[in-house]
Design a protein around this ligand. Structure first.
Ligand code: DOR
Ligand code: ZN
Ligand code: ZN
Length: 351
């Protein structure tokens, strides 16, 4: 049994559900789950209710985050055709802008070219534009990155055709980066059948060929691992209107460490994908005196031990090779042996 020490990990794609979805998750529970997973910094998505597409909504969410967060948290602003005039004011507060090009949970959607142009012309050039883009929408995003000569980050890339398109764009030195989720790496459409509503998310789980393509590109084209932690209650998932999304912030590190023990990537590459690259892509601050201690002991992921308010995981019953033992954030013990010791409000908001 060996213990390894890692830097505090960064998950640049989480849904913390404030405001409007506090019965699914809130800043205190979502960041408790993060710490239990070895994650000391998260970025929260804007598809809340109301969405974070006005300066007022974003300021309120940041105030709530400051009161409740246990690890460090930054928030995205959401692009919306009706609220597009707010982009410069939103750009002063948010870490980055999120544009939803395809159908998913929540009302945020951009389907018209004038709104896309406004985003690329008025969002501060020193802040990232991230996209939920699937299939040919990835080509739209690459085109915009080229036309406006500014970086675009693609969220949860899940299909062979998408990762190959991004590889082609990178070969031409276009300023694009991308993330993949653990669920798209470790689960496929066969699991979607087994899991039923608990395996439903956007993008949907891929074919074996899609999964293989993500692993094939993990050491070059993929820039980071991000979870798309998207908690919904079990009652909602078992209802007749199933909301898409699965939790993940608590299980990503142990899953990726399991892949390290199987020689699918090196520990050095894991740290690039889960700490160094996310920080670089979103220009996130360093966290001094912060690290994660992990024990390389076999264990089984269990829904009962999850800290997310939703109380379940699509990886329930899966054997993994590692266990998070202790998390130190700015010199303080934030998590130890199953117990989150960081109190609400002890984390910092970014910027
Ligand atoms: O499955 C998903 N759930 N995909 C998304 O893009 C949004 C997320 C959510 O907010 O539940
Ligand atoms: Zn998405
Ligand atoms: Zn998401």
């Amino acid at each position: 049994m060996s213990t390894i020490t890692l830097p505090g990990l960064i998950d640049v794609h989480t849904h913390l559900r404030v405001p409007g979805g506090e019965h699914k998750e809130d800043f205190a529970t979502g960041t408790a789950a993060a710490l239990a997973g070895g994650v000391t910094m998260v970025l929260g998505m804007p598809n809340t209710s109301p969405p974070l597409s006005t300066p007022e909504a974003l300021a309120l969410a940041y105030a709530q985050a400051q009161a409740d967060t246990r690890c460090d948290v930054g928030l995205f602003a959401g692009a919306s055709p009706e609220q597009i005039a707010h982009l410069p004011a939103l750009g002063e507060q948010a870490v980055a802008l999120k544009i939803y090009l395809n159908d998913t949970f929540g009302p945020l959607r951009v389907e018209d070219v004038p709104t896309l142009r406004a985003c690329f012309q008025t969002w501060p050039r020193d802040k990232m534009i991230a996209m939920h883009a699937e299939k040919q929408s990835v080509a739209v995003g690459i085109g915009l990155a080229a036309a406006y000569e500014r970086p675009v980050h693609f969220c949860h890339i899940s299909r062979r055709e998408e990762i190959e398109l991004i590889a082609d764009a990178k070969m031409r030195c276009l300023p694009v980066t991308c993330e993949v989720t653990p669920h798209h790496l470790f689960l496929s459409e066969a699991d979607a059948v087994r899991l039923g509503p608990l395996g439903d998310m956007r993008p949907v789980l891929g074919t074996q060929s899609d999964v293989d393509a993500l692993w094939e590109h993990l050491n070059d084209t993929v820039d980071c691992i991000a979870t798309d932690h998207a908690p919904h209650t079990l009652a909602e998932k078992h209802s007749d209107k199933v909301p898409p999304g699965v939790p993940g912030v608590e299980t990503s590190l142990v899953l990726m460490l399991t892949a390290v023990t199987q020689n699918r990537l090196t520990l050095h590459r894991l740290i690039e994908l889960m700490a160094a690259n996310p920080r670089c892509i979103y220009n996130l601050p360093e966290q001094p005196d912060t690290h994660v201690e992990v024990e390389m002991t076999p264990t089984v992921i269990r829904s009962e031990t999850m800290h997310s308010k939703c109380g379940w995981t699509p990886f329930d019953g899966m054997a993994v090779a590692a266990q998070v033992r202790r998390v130190i954030l700015r010199g303080q013990v934030a998590y130890e042996d199953g117990v989150v010791t960081a109190v609400p409000g002890s984390g910092q908001t970014i910027p």
